[in-house]
Write a protein that binds this ligand. Sequence first.
Ligand code: ZN
Length: 364
Amino acid sequence: MAAGSVTKLQIKTPAASPSKSESRPVFPFVAIVGQDEMKLALLLAAVDGALGGVLAFGDRGTGKSTAIRALAALLPRMTAVAGCPYACSPEAGPHTCVEGCMARNRTGEPRTISVPVPVVDLPLGATEDRVVGALDLERALTQGVKAFQPGLLAAANRGFLYIDEVNLLEDHLVDLLLDVAASGENVIERDGLSIRHPARFVLVGTGNPEEGELRPQLLDRFGLSVEVKTPTDLDIRIEVVRRRDEFERDPVRFTARWQKDEAKVRRRILSARDRLNTVTVPDAVLRQSAELCLALGVDGLRGELTLMRAARALAALDGEQSVSTIQLRRVAPSALRHRLRRNPLDEAGSSVRIDRALSEMFGP
Ligand SMILES: [Zn+2]
């Protein structure tokens, strides 16, 4: 980009007021009862951001939104370049963000601030302008200034983008979100704007399959998918209600009680991130993964790749140096469930088919 256009173009920075999530305690991640598959999928996505996001399908009121907020609150605060609308990391270098960091920190070391990991909600009625950002029309008209109003993708950088009822969102928006999530960059070329900014986030979509399904092409692009059910076990239900009630009556005391366990999970995530690149995947495990995908008739290689990555992230969380059948088996349902072709001769659901294939390969 020419230097001239940088000075002409201005970018609105969000007001530096503390966000709602900072002023109000968040239900602790470790205090969530049950929902093990969803919690594991979110942990894996927190360890390997390139896994491709998480899709959580199931009943209403099962704490899907609570879980994602809880995980974000558990993660350590991020160091960000002050004034950058994308909350860039100072270590990322200014080259990643020409309009944000460089325009504000022309000389020397950038000033930094500490911010919580963002969880940005994408409402169903959101326009494309609101999502990707747009020309700030008001300033263009009143001040004649060409200013960029960053959108939700900018706000979600380095955090989570949460879409409730993703199956009701327009296909072209879902497509766009998946594109940006995969590339880590939002590119805007319209209204006379030419902007690209970092947008690395974990996409978390939830939905109720009874209200509509995602196209298979979109499904396949989500990394992991989980099924969330209202617990039917009496004791679990009682414990869910008890903890929720305790939290609502005295959130400060409740969160304090879980602090130690939260710190343990935080350390696990951080050391897993450090270890991730050194965890190896033995040939035997790759072979098993390929066999499993073949047996299930998974289209393409994306499923296999995700299966391997998820198993590696789990091995890193488990403190292992290499992936074994144990991890492969545990992540297979989340990595493959949404990629199975419908089999007219087999009416069983995806989860049942995967369980069956796993038992046939590895024993009960
Ligand atoms: Zn920046």
